[in-house]
Design a protein around this ligand. Structure first.
Ligand code: ZN
Length: 327
């Protein structure tokens, strides 16, 4: 059963665990919250943090009061015992200086009577030296401090850190739950396609609906096809990708390549993911070299990682589309 409107339906299992920590007064010193992008991990963690900090929590409802001194400071973003750490920009790691700053803060006493809560967003962006500094901080846990790491890429979190944390996985909801949630939040459009594009993540699907992702995908797919007949230039398509970098374009392209491989191999449409594009994909698949398609598949995965680093994105996309033309 959902505790309140701040807890999303698919948070239930994780929320039961977090509630149990509070009910049993056993808050883990470090918790690692995982799950794919677009499931509202931050929302859940912030709710839990506010609850830990609240001075007048009604324990029966497990809901922060929203009015005490702590809640007021929390909601205005100025609570001295709530610390958030995140990369300074999308293509940067979490710096070792940020962690050192945190460690010196940990030596100070808690300002209010409740907990101190430290949240590290995109924890996978701690590089090796940052992670080592962080581990040192975990060796001598200060009292009444809860450290919460959030990541959607668990495999990038060093095993030494994982082993020191209580792990909580936020599961992707069923398509029924996700569709129902989107509809009840007045998200319109092709919900099934939106969920396909976001791997079933409702909050990301909601965001995509609000930013015309379906039409961007259609335009990108047109460019992808027209490149083969030289009706658009590589420079144009690369520029289009840079302009729409907020979307996971390479995941979309990757899924088209997977479908092209399937169509080349079987010609049946049963396992094709982008069923709405089947006819165009079939036409496109005609003269493609299977081995080069496999190579291009790998190239999409590599480029997706590279684009998270500070590189010239235009050049990187251009290089990729040159390879697409050579398939
Ligand atoms: Zn409160």
């Amino acid at each position: 059963m959902t505790a309140c409107s701040d807890i999303l339906p698919w948070h239930d299992t994780a929320w039961q665990l977090l509630r149990a920590y509070i009910a049993n007064e056993r808050i883990p010193q470090s918790t690692l919250i995982t799950g794919q992008v677009g499931l509202g991990k931050r929302k859940l963690v912030r709710f839990f943090a506010q609850l830990l900090l609240c001075e007048t929590t009604c324990n029966d409802s497990f809901t922060p009061c929203g009015q005490c001194r702590s809640c007021t400071l929390f909601l205005s973003g100025t609570h001295p015992d709530f610390v958030e750490i995140k990369p300074e920009s999308e293509d940067k790691d979490i710096g070792v200086d940020q962690i050192r700053g945190l460690l010196s803060q940990l030596r100070l006493t808690v300002q209010y009577q409740q907990y101190r809560v430290i949240v590290v967003y995109q924890a996978e962006k701690m590089n090796r030296s940052t992670a080592n500094s962080f581990l040192k901080g975990l060796e001598e846990p200060p009292n009444r401090t809860a450290i919460i790491l959030i990541t959607d890429q668990l495999s990038l979190i060093p095993a030494t850190i994982q082993s020191r944390c209580q792990k909580i996985l936020i599961k992707t909801p069923s398509s029924e739950t996700a569709t129902h949630w989107l509809a009840s939040n007045k998200v319109s459009g092709d919900l099934s396609l939106l969920l396909q594009l976001t791997h079933g993540a409702p909050l990301l699907a909601q965001e995509y609906a609000g930013s015309n992702a379906i039409s961007i995908r259609e335009k990108l797919f047109n460019h992808f096809c027209l490149l083969r007949s030289h009706k658009v230039s590589i420079v144009q398509v690369a520029a289009f990708c840079c302009d729409h970098h907020q979307f996971d374009l390479l995941a979309w392209i990757n899924s088209w390549i997977v479908d092209l491989v399937k169509i080349r191999q079987t010609s049946a449409n049963t396992s094709v993911r982008n069923i709405d594009l089947y006819d165009s994909l079939k036409k496109l698949s005609g003269n493609l070299d299977l081995q080069k398609l496999y190579d291009l598949y790998v190239a999409t995965l590599e480029l997706r990682v590279q684009l998270k680093q500070p590189i010239n994105k235009n050049l990187a996309y251009e290089g990729f589309f040159i390879r697409w033309l050579a398939v």
